[in-house]
Design a protein around this ligand. Structure first.
Ligand code: PNS
Length: 161
C-alpha cells in the first residue's frame, strides 16, 4: 500500500526521518512531499529541501521525494494515493492535526490520515526550534543530519529565524 507524508520540512529533522522509517514498516511505498503551508514562510527553497531529503532517503527505492504547490487532496488524487501520514509529537499537535485531517476528509472522502507517534527522543523537536537555535549559532547536530547542519551554516544567520 502507498502513502504520502506531506510537510514543510524546513528543514527535515531526525523526527521526520523517524516518521519515515516508521511509515515504511507499515506501507510498501512512501511519497515524502514538500508542500506549501500558508502559515509558514520557509527559509529553504523547495529545491533545497528536496535535495536535502533526497540525500537522506536516496538509498531507499520505495521512497520518493516530491514537491506540490496546491492542495494535498489534489496531489493524492493525481497520484491515486488514499493515505496521508502525519507525525504526532505531543498533545499540543493534536488540535492542528485534527483540524487538517477533518478538513482533508471533507475535501476527499476516500482519504485516511494515519498518525504515527514520533520517538520520545524527538517529542520536543521541530524545524522551527532547529532554525532558531541554528540562527543563534547553537549546535543542532543532535537534531538534524550532517547535510542539514551544513545547509543551515550556509544560510545567512540573521535570515534563518
Ligand atoms: O509540516 P507542516 O507545516 O505542519 O505541514 C503542513 C502541510 C504542508 C502538510 C499543510 O499545510 C498542507 O497540507 N498544505 C497544502 C495545502 C492544503 O492542502 N491545505 C489544506 C489542509 S487543511
Amino acid at each position: 500500500m502507498k502513502a504520502v507524508y506531506p510537510g514543510s520540512f524546513d528543514p527535515i529533522t531526525y523526527g521526520h526521518l523517524d516518521i519515515i522509517n516508521r511509515a515504511l514498516k507499515i506501507f510498501d511505498e512512501l511519497w515524502v512531499v514538500i508542500m506549501v503551508n500558508p502559515r509558514k514562510k520557509p527559509i529553504f527553497t523547495a529545491q533545497e529541501r528536496m535535495e536535502m531529503i533526497s540525500q537522506l532517503v536516496g538509498d531507499k527505492k520505495n521512497v520518493h521525494v516530491d514537491y506540490h504547490e496546491g492542495l494535498l487532496v489534489d496531489y493524492l488524487r493525481k497520484q491515486g494515493i488514499k493515505v496521508v501520514i502525519r507525525g504526532l509529537r505531543a498533545l499540543t499537535d493534536f488540535q492542528y492535526e485534527l483540524e487538517m485531517a477533518i478538513a482533508n476528509k471533507h475535501l476527499c472522502h476516500e482519504l485516511e490520515t494515519v498518525f504515527l507517534m514520533t520517538d520520545e527522543r524527538y517529542s520536543f523537536l521541530s524545524s522551527g526550534l532547529v532554525r532558531e537555535v541554528a540562527a543563534m549559532g547553537g549546535d543542532v547536530s543532535m537534531w538534524v543530519p550532517p547535510n542539514v547542519v551544513e545547509a543551515l551554516k550556509k544560510m545567512k544567520l540573521n535570515a534563518v529565524i
